[in-house]
Write a protein of this length. Structure first.
Length: 117
């Protein structure tokens, strides 16, 4: 089970850090990733991080503004978002992909991010 938190209403240029807490075992996980879905748009991959080796990666659309990190002891994956713009308004979700799988099959309920101009 995944639970996102940290969303809210901020002004343009502000920062937010979203958290994705996993309550189950992580030994069988390959990747935890962040996605977002803006009103009227399709869900978009934001970035992800493997549980075993390899650094985080983010989509080109947010590179330089968003970073991903993890606290393994807390089983929590973070999405640090800087220099937010109104276009970043969306529901942000985290999702898990298990080892050997090719889909994200466990999703959180999402956290709303709204950026005012």
């Amino acid at each position: 089970q995944l639970v996102e938190s940290g969303g809210g209403l901020v002004q343009a240029g502000a920062s937010l850090r979203l958290s994705c807490a996993a309550s189950g075992r992580t030994e069988y996980l390959d990747v935890t990733a962040w996605f977002r879905q803006a009103p009227g748009k399709e869900r978009e991959f934001v970035g992800g991080m493997r549980w075993r080796g390899g650094g985080p990666s983010v989509a080109d659309s947010v590179k330089g503004r968003f970073t991903i990190s993890r606290d393994i002891a807390k089983k929590t994956t973070y999405l640090q978002m800087n220099s937010l713009e109104p276009d970043y308004r969306a529901v942000y979700y985290c999702a898990d992909q298990r080892l050997g799988a090719n889909t994200y099959d466990s999703w959180g309920r999402g956290t709303q991010v709204t950026v005012s101009s």
